[in-house]
Design a protein around this ligand. Structure first.
Ligand SMILES: C[S@@+](CC[C@H](N)C(=O)[O-])C[C@H]1O[C@@H](n2cnc3c(N)ncnc32)[C@H](O)[C@@H]1O
Length: 177
């Protein structure tokens, strides 16, 4: 994950492709992609899910995503939604930062403040035995995110890891009790 300045939305990078590959064969009825950016993840999920909803706080990102994804909603995390999904996914902004200068990548303190807020927003919209799958990194204090998920009723599992030159990407799979 790198700071972007060329585009007005997050251009898919290693993290996006890693999560997209992991999710490619998942199947279900309904999925929510929080922080959809260009819509890369939502588009892949639309092969196997009849209902795909995508949110982002960046309207330019949603305009791009809407080229391939029907249900795009501009809101914070999942705050505008009242629905039970069987899967919620998110490529979280996880870089530790003092300020929220680039919402596509800045996660604030230890890279967990923004992710924690997004996880809490998502947690009530997941069916029993449904899943929350998110991407984070060794650059963030990801143990805090795992503990948060456990404390709000999820079983957790580090489902995949990918070493890059300067960090290790991690996909965390959480199942609602
Ligand atoms: C790392 S980018 C991932 C984009 C895309 N999912 C991908 O994998 O390429 C994180 C995305 O989350 C969005 N985002 C950041 N904070 C958000 C929030 N509070 N609510 C919704 N979306 C948010 C950003 O605008 C950005 O598009």
């Amino acid at each position: 994950m790198q700071k972007e300045s060329q585009s007005d939305y997050y251009v898919p990078a290693e993290d996006s492709f890693f999560l997209a590959d992991f999710l490619e064969n998942k199947q279900g009825k309904s999925v929510l992609d929080i922080g959809t950016g260009s819509g890369i993840i939502a588009k892949i999920l639309s092969k196997n899910f009849p209902l795909v909803v995508a949110t982002d706080i960046n309207i330019s990102a949603l305009r791009k995503a809407h080229e391939t994804v029907d249900n795009c909603i501009c809101c914070n995390a999942a705050d505008a939604l009242r629905y039970s999904f069987d899967l919620i996914v998110c490529n979280l902004p996880y870089l530790p930062s003092d300020e929220l200068l680039d919402p596509a990548v800045d996660g604030l303190h230890d890279g967990v403040d923004i992710p924690s807020m997004i996880i809490k927003s998502a947690s009530n919209l997941i069916e029993k035995n449904g899943k929350l799958i998110f991407l984070t990194s060794s650059l963030a204090d990801y143990d805090i995110l795992i503990q948060l998920c456990q404390s709000i009723g999820f079983d957790t599992n580090i489902a995949a890891k990918k070493k890059l030159f300067y960090e290790e990407l991690m996909i965390i799979e959480c199942t609602k009790n």
